[in-house]
Design a protein around this ligand. Structure first.
Ligand SMILES: [Zn+2]
Ligand SMILES: [Zn+2]
Length: 431
């Protein structure tokens, strides 16, 4: 009789063409966050062909299907959304959204794992449940659109995972396994573990002045553009106070700089993201950002109205568990396998960080592409490494975690003390 490992790997190999075709189809039809309707439908249909019964429409587009087994529950988490990058050769012509962040590879990995783990012979060997969870809106873009959804009461938060957590959709999940294409440069095909990342908050800043004729009566106006410019300068003067070890990144854009050149600008709007490695450093940099724009406004007699939106929490360091190491060793004959260097910190952000504050959150990254994520040059060059390998790692890691009555998974849960309870997390979002 075949070993469970060979049954898992051969199930994925036997479905190789199907998985690659699925990945390529999604690659060319990216959709923005909370609007991944057709991608969600494709995921739902795929899971149904495996005899699973997905719940749909979670946080608008999320799809979730479990194997229905008793015991603790491990979620294979994949993100549905693409990123606006109209210059990408495979951007969806309907909306300019591409999969240049490779979330199509994550979805494919999750579905490949679903194929492998839903086989009756394998299911019978699992000491706990597995949930396949396609989640909306990881990219924190389209803030105006998301703000409208929030105002219309359709969502409460800009990130898909925060929204799902608040809805209780993660309440029955004890542990998550995630995949992403490599986010830091490496020569390896597979890197086990996740690098820490920055968390961030979003600031929507309105500087309110007073309109007046720019040539006849500038003395009767209050120039909001000048106040905003002073605010940006004040922010720049804060930079020497940011510690290198906190990896602070504060970046702002002006979304409206005035309406007509011969009128003193009465309203200027900016959007900023304040990122750092720890929540404390995020809060410190966020206060300095507020003070900078308030000072600029004060100097000119304008008013700064600053609205905060919760972004994402930092991804916390989490050791690579044995189950994932074993999956890596099994695949090391065919692929070059390494482990993340804990010294390397990723200054970008992901809402996987939110999950990492609530439950053990495992992750791995794979290659098979060239070019930078989110760029027009991002190209999948090796469909095996980008789409098939991650399915095998995902399936084998979860399978290993659930052996011997889920011994290792139980051990990980016992040793994990969550930095935040769900209540504290929701309070943080609300603050
Ligand atoms: Zn991305
Ligand atoms: Zn991504």
């Amino acid at each position: 009789m075949d070993s469970p490992e060979s049954l898992i790997l051969s199930a994925i190999d036997n479905n190789r063409e199907r998985l690659i075709k699925f990945a390529q189809n999604v690659y060319a039809s990216g959709e923005p966050g909370f609007r991944e309707f057709s991608t969600a439908k494709k995921v739902t249909n795929f899971l149904e062909t495996l005899g699973l019964m997905p719940q749909t429409g979670l946080a608008i587009t999320g799809v979730k299907a479990g194997l229905g087994l008793p015991g603790l529950n491990i979620a294979a988490v994949a993100e549905l959304d693409g990123i606006a990058c109209p210059a990408h050769p495979f951007a969806n012509p309907a909306n300019g959204v591409s999969h240049s962040c490779g979330h199509n590879a994550q979805i494919t990995a999750m579905l490949g794992a679903a194929i492998a783990l839903s086989q009756p012979e394998i299911k019978a060997l699992l000491g706990g449940n597995v949930t396949f969870f396609a989640v909306p809106s990881e990219e924190y873009t389209d803030i105006e659109y998301k703000t409208r959804l929030i105002e219309d009461g359709k969502i409460r938060y800009g990130g898909g995972k925060a929204e799902l957590i608040s809805l209780g959709a993660f309440d029955d999940v004890n542990l998550c396994v995630t995949h992403h294409l490599h986010m830091v440069k490496t020569g390896r095909d597979l890197l086990l573990g996740l690098n820490t990342t920055n968390g961030f908050v979003v600031k929507q800043i309105e500087i309110l002045g007073k309109a007046s004729h720019a040539a006849i009566a500038p003395h009767r106006g209050i120039n909001a553009l000048n106040a905003a410019s002073l605010g940006l300068s004040a922010l720049a003067y804060q930079r020497e106070t940011f510690r290198d070890t906190d990896f602070v990144r504060v970046h702002a854009i002006m979304t409206d700089g005035g309406s007509t050149v011969n009128v003193v600008p009465s309203k200027v709007t900016l959007e900023a993201q304040v990122r750092a490695k720890t929540v404390g450093a995020m809060q410190d940099a966020a206060q300095k950002t507020d003070r900078a724009f308030q000072a600029g406004a004060h100097a000119l007699g304008a008013r700064a109205v600053i609205k905060d939106l919760p972004g994402y929490l930092p991804v916390l360091e989490y050791p690579v568990p044995k189950a994932m190491e074993m999956a890596g060793s099994l695949l090391a004959k065919a692929y070059s396998v390494g482990k993340v260097d804990p010294e390397i910190h990723n200054c970008a952000s992901t809402d996987v960080g939110d999950l990492s504050h609530l439950m053990p959150t495992l992750g791995f990254t794979t290659g098979g592409f060239i070019g930078d994520l989110h760029s027009a040059g991002f190209t999948v060059t090796d469909v095996d490494k980008a789409y098939v390998l991650p399915a095998k790692v995902m399936a084998m890691t979860i399978f290993n975690l659930l052996q011997d009555k889920a011994r290792e998974a139980h051990g990980l849960l016992e040793r994990f003390s969550p930095p935040l309870t769900k209540t504290e997390y929701l309070a943080y979002l609300g603050s």
